[in-house]
Ligand binder design. Structure first.
Ligand code: AMP
Length: 214
């Protein structure tokens, strides 16, 4: 299976991708995660991407496609892939078509998570992760069972993304509306798109995605 998770920032792509990894043994390829790792490691790509990401603008198509290509090259052909946060532009959608052909993979489905934008701002500005294991949390919707302690690994260190502030979030949404949503017809023409209500609970969204992939 090769799946694209599409949706504005905060729609729940990362949360659902993590779940698919656990349930189906798929690999999550998140260009956002790869870029954040590059920024942290201060690689040439990271140094170039940092300011762009801080503003909530899009990093160049060439950079993100090269990151995806490298991951697909390094991984076995038998592992299913979830593309999370990629493609985000028409050029990336076309580059991904070429990459899938090159790596002998076929797209199974494009899942679009539909959401209400105002609710998203609250969702995004409240989210944080365990600094140790990466478990995902939210101030109100999904806090750890014991305040300040990670449910998964017991760590007491948490972190928030620097681009999860309201101004940057609004810009990221505008980028989604202007550049990413317009790629849907590219996949609708091949009857690959399914819409899921991303405002439902995490469990309900998971069930709806499972039903699509069954
Ligand atoms: P994300 O974690 O998917 O929300 O991505 C965080 C930031 O990384 C975005 O706001 C962009 O600046 C950059 N980014 C991630 N994926 C892409 C992509 N496919 N194309 C361009 N920029 C990206």
């Amino acid at each position: 299976m090769n799946i694209i998770l599409l949706g504005p920032p905060g729609a729940g792509k990362g949360t659902q991708a993590h779940r698919l990894v656990e349930h189906y043994g798929m690999r999550q390829l998140s260009t956002g995660d790869m870029l954040r790792a590059a920024v942290k490691a201060e690689t040439p790509v990271g140094l170039e991407a940092k300011a762009v990401m801080d503003r909530g603008d899009l990093v160049s198509d060439e950079i993100v496609t090269a990151l995806i290509d490298a991951e697909l090259t390094a991984m076995g052909d038998d592992v299913g892939v979830i593309f999370d946060g990629y493609p985000r532009t028409q050029a990336q959608a076309e580059q991904l078509d070429d990459l899938l052909a090159k790596h002998d993979r076929e797209l199974t489905r494009v899942v679009e998570l539909g959401v209400d934008e105002d609710a998203l701002v609250e969702r995004i500005t409240g989210r944080f992760t365990c600094a140790e294991c990466g478990a995902l949390y939210h101030d109100t919707a999904n806090p750890p069972a014991k305040d300040g302690v990670c449910d998964e690994c017991g760590s007491t260190e948490f972190k928030r993304r620097p681009d999860d502030n309201e101004e940057t979030v609004r810009n990221r949404m505008q980028e989604y509306r202007g550049k990413t949503a317009p790629i849907l017809p590219h996949y609708e023409a091949r009857d690959l798109v399914s819409r899921v209500d991303g405002m439902a609970s995490i469990e309900e969204v998971s069930k709806a995605i499972d039903a699509l992939l069954a």
